[in-house]
Design a protein around this ligand. Structure first.
Ligand code: NAP
Length: 501
């Protein structure tokens, strides 16, 4: 056993999960960490997604960290700008600022001689005991392979690259995609545009989320009476987990209830033809359930057309569909989602014996218990493969995973371990369990969505959110290859360790 020593930690990503871990490190007394982010501010997806109507599909009361309750949420489902300012306040309140390395993109991280060597795009190398990928999930825009995409002469952009100067008032606008983004954007733009064309490839179920705001009195109560605020949070947590989360993983009354609400909501569409066009063929929640306020009202406006015809190609002036019709537009938005299975692959992460993430994920992203990878010592992922992102607030996932990482850091600092990575056998066993549990979930009821990796395997969590928390509430040493400090010091880069006794 070695003596006590502080761990040096590099976090990649200053989004929700990176901020969460940073605060937890700070609260545990660790000051030797940095948070790299290629962006100029914190916020991750909430920094990138500034399209009109952007808001959260998880109730705001449970979209905050347990260590930083937010009595000031304005909307029941927070707007993007509210979430951004909440995250800014958390960073400020916990003194994370000096640890931030904003505008510094990590391009490579390599495990050499017992430490992580982190290289930024500017060519600066630094060395760390732990590397944490808090690089996010919905980051890499997925642009469709449509013929003529570059021929279009108007303004075209992916939803995550919304240009703030674009004025759509009185313009003809095309939105391609009817996921959460396309739906929210439709609700926000329907009133403003001269004509809005919503190009739908597959109809999605839409859950009518309330467009309500907290009154001044309620906000005051949340601020002045912490017990009331905690009670409200508890109410939303129980309601959310008892319905949405439960419905995803078991076929009980919750799934019927949510399906029933979605079907009832669709009845608002008066035209039979339009209703038929908007009726999905798959089960509610097979894809990520879209939650929006006023979507069916928006698509029934005179100036809104839902186009169900397949897109043939993009033209210089607009979009040509298979029926030979061309819709001319001034602005075209690709609300076509993200390559969620990319995870941290924008960084060349190289573990023991020169193994890269590309090597180990050649069959798709797999992790040990959503957080770690065999052959990548002292490396952890936040919101990694199969995390319960389909049915839980990312704040909670990040907290559970941060606490797990902190346990390992404590062990490291105590001198009990110097290097740890899960055994291949433990990771394989966990992934086998995952695979066998998938058929019971609604996600495998037959639809395509970003829940699947490029080979069609599901990347979601097939059990309850609580079981994820329970699973990570303790470390199972027998699942890990462990090296003591002297041993780690003796071995050169590229050598393999034995299994933990
Ligand atoms: P998405 O759910 O993946 O939806 C992409 C949409 O684009 C789908 O309707 C898809 O159709 C369509 N599409 C893709 N390629 C196409 C093509 N070549 N031609 C026509 N249509 C095409 O992406 P998203 O809406 O950006 O949402 C992604 C996730 O981000 C959400 O599920 C949600 O978790 C998260 N999000 C959250 C919030 C929030 O409130 N917290 C807000 C926005 C987004 P198909 O269905 O046919 O594939």
């Amino acid at each position: 056993m070695g003596g006590r020593r502080k761990a040096r930690i590099a976090i990649i990503g200053a989004g929700v999960s990176g901020i969460c871990l940073a605060v937890k490190l700070k609260l545990s007394g660790n000051d030797d960490f940095v948070v790299f982010d290629r962006g100029g501010t914190v916020g991750g997806v909430w920094r990138e997604n500034v399209y009109p109507g952007v808001s959260c599909d998880v109730p705001s009361r449970i979209y905050s960290f347990s260590f930083a309750p937010n009595p000031d949420w304005d909307a029941y489902f927070a707007r993007g700008d509210e979430i951004r300012s909440y995250l800014d306040r958390v960073v400020e309140r916990y003194g994370i600022g000096p640890h931030l390395r904003l505008g510094e993109e990590v391009v490579e991280a390599r495990f050499v001689a017992g430490e992580w060597r982190v290289l930024t795009a500017r060519g600066v190398e630094s060395r760390w005991d732990f590397l944490i990928a808090a690089t996010g999930l919905l980051v890499q825009p997925a642009l469709p392979e449509l013929e003529g995409r570059n021929a279009y002469r108007g303004v075209a952009m992916h939803s995550a690259q919304w240009e703030s100067g674009v004025d759509v008032r009185g313009k003809r606008v095309a939105i391609i995609g009817t996921g959460a983004t396309g739906t929210q954007m439709t609700c926000a733009l329907a009133e403003e545009t001269e004509h809005l064309y919503l190009f739908q490839r597959t109809a999605q179920w839409v859950f009518p989320k309330p467009a309500r705001r907290y009154s001044v009195t309620t906000k005051g109560l949340h601020r002045l009476v912490p017990g009331f605020s905690r009670l409200a949070d508890r109410f939303w947590r129980v309601a959310f987990q008892g319905t949405i989360s439960a419905a995803a993983v078991s076929a009980g009354w919750q799934r019927r209830l949510i399906g029933g609400i979605c079907r009832l909501s669709l009845r608002q569409v008066r035209s039979k033809e339009l209703r038929r066009l908007l009726t999905p063929v798959d089960d509610p929640m097979c894809k990520r359930l879209v939650a929006a306020s006023g979507f069916y009202r928006a698509v029934q406006q005179q100036n809104v057309t839902v186009v169900g015809e397949e897109i043939e190609r993009i033209t210089e002036r607009g979009i040509l569909t298979r029926d030979g019709r061309e819709r001319e537009v001034d602005v075209m938005v690709f609300a076509t989602g993200f390559r969620a299975d990319t995870f941290m692959r924008s960084v060349n992460v190289v573990g023991r014996a020169g193994r890269t993430i590309e090597d180990v994920w050649s069959d798709g992203p797999r992790a040990y218990r959503t957080v770690a990878l065999p052959g990548f010592p002292n490396f952890f992922m936040m919101v990694g493969p199969n995390s319960p992102f389909s049915s839980e607030s990312v704040m909670r996932i990040a907290e559970t995973q941060s606490d797990y990482v902190l346990r390992w850091i404590e062990l490291f600092e105590s001198g009990a371990v110097a290097e740890m990575s899960p055994t291949q056998e433990a990771a394989d066993r966990f992934n086998e369990l995952l695979r066998s549990a998938m058929p019971g979930t609604v996600f495998s009821s037959g639809c395509a969505s970003w829940y699947h990796d490029s080979r069609g395997s599901l990347m979601v969590w097939p059990w309850t959110v609580r079981s994820h928390h329970r699973m990570l509430s303790r470390i199972q040493l027998s699942h890990f290859d462990i090296r003591q400090r002297e041993e780690a010091g003796r071995s050169g880069p590229g050598s393999e360790s034995g299994a933990c006794p």
